[in-house]
Design a protein around this ligand. Structure first.
Ligand SMILES: [Zn+2]
Ligand SMILES: [Zn+2]
Length: 225
């Protein structure tokens, strides 16, 4: 998982470039300001990148607002309201997937199941008015969410998240030596080994995300305000 800041700013630069081509001139400033608001948020940047790379109607458009409809285990169901209409995306810190116009609901059964919607009609009935849903807040501003993989309190981190605490030694799971001692070898180079490690980890009992696992500096900033 590559969550470095320089990746995020490179992504923002790419989005800016895409917007120069895809956004009507009179809306370009506002569209850029919205992306700027989410400049440190990989989930929103993945969505913007996907939107401005493949404008859904193949014509100029701009995202005006992002709303959060549901989230589970680091995957966010977001509504992007644009100049033209409202679109659905499933986004995580890794990527964003276009799901179609909001009015058509979610067609994919796996996605419906994942977020706990009984059917496409059920989803549509509950989501006619996107304004009823909260504006999406960058995950870094919500201590209930892991700063790195964006899972919520009580959920297990996405495997490979640098914030996951090791249940064997209490250290940082991606840094401590337990992964080697558990598998009795010094390099994890085959996919099967990673699966074995995950199985061992689940047997041992993974430590879910809690706000106290956040690096301390955001808390200090908040207290200073
Ligand atoms: Zn995490
Ligand atoms: Zn350990």
């Amino acid at each position: 998982m590559d969550l470095e800041n320089k990746t995020v700013s490179a992504m923002q630069a790419e989005i800016e470039l895409l917007m120069d081509y895809g956004v009507p001139k009179e809306h370009r400033d506002a569209a850029g300001q919205l992306v700027g608001k989410y400049a440190a948020d990989p989930i929103a940047l993945n969505l913007f990148h996907e939107f401005y790379s493949y404008l859904p109607e193949a014509m100029e458009d701009a995202v005006r607002i992002l709303r959060l409809l549901a989230r589970r285990q680091g995957v966010y169901l977001l509504c992007a309201s644009t100049l033209a209409t409202d679109y659905l995306y499933a986004a995580s810190v890794e990527n964003a997937v276009f799901l179609g116009p909001l009015t058509q609901g979610i067609w994919d059964d796996e996605v419906l199941d994942y977020f706990g919607f009984a059917s496409r009609d059920d989803f549509i009935a509950g989501h006619r008015d996107p304004a009823l849903f909260p504006v999406y807040v960058p995950t870094a501003l919500d201590p209930e969410l892991c700063l790195f993989c964006a899972v919520a309190s009580g959920e297990c981190h996405i495997f490979g998240c640098p914030a996951e605490v090791c249940p064997w030694c209490g250290g940082q799971l991606t840094r401590c030596n337990c992964r080697f001692s558990q598998l009795d070898q010094w390099q994890l180079d085959r996919e099967g080994q990673v699966d074995t490690l995950l199985t061992r980890l689940i047997e041992k009992g993974r430590i879910p995300y809690e706000p106290c696992q956040r690096p301390t500096y955001p808390t200090l900033d908040e207290e200073g305000e």
